[in-house]
Design a protein around this ligand. Sequence first.
Ligand SMILES: [Zn+2]
Ligand SMILES: [Zn+2]
Length: 88
Amino acid sequence: MLVHTQQRDHVCKFCGKAFYARTVLTLHLRSHTGERPYACHVCDFSHAHRILYVKHMQKFHPGEEIRTLAELQRLAAKATAEGGGPEK
Ligand SMILES: [Zn+2]
Ligand SMILES: [Zn+2]
């Protein structure tokens, strides 16, 4: 039998809403702080939730790689740090 006795220990400091999981709270907090780490590299769309970013890519840029702006920047920085050449 299922027991729903999990405590909602993770409380939002902005609105007081409580969550079971820290990860869920973290996502929720972004709706207050405006942090949107999943930014589209094709247009200026960005979102706090990866799943919505992925849906955006599938709907608006079906041919594009599903990579966030941050991921692309990190890859570019890495390539620069390694001295360029994609060939080994
Ligand atoms: Zn909140
Ligand atoms: Zn886009």
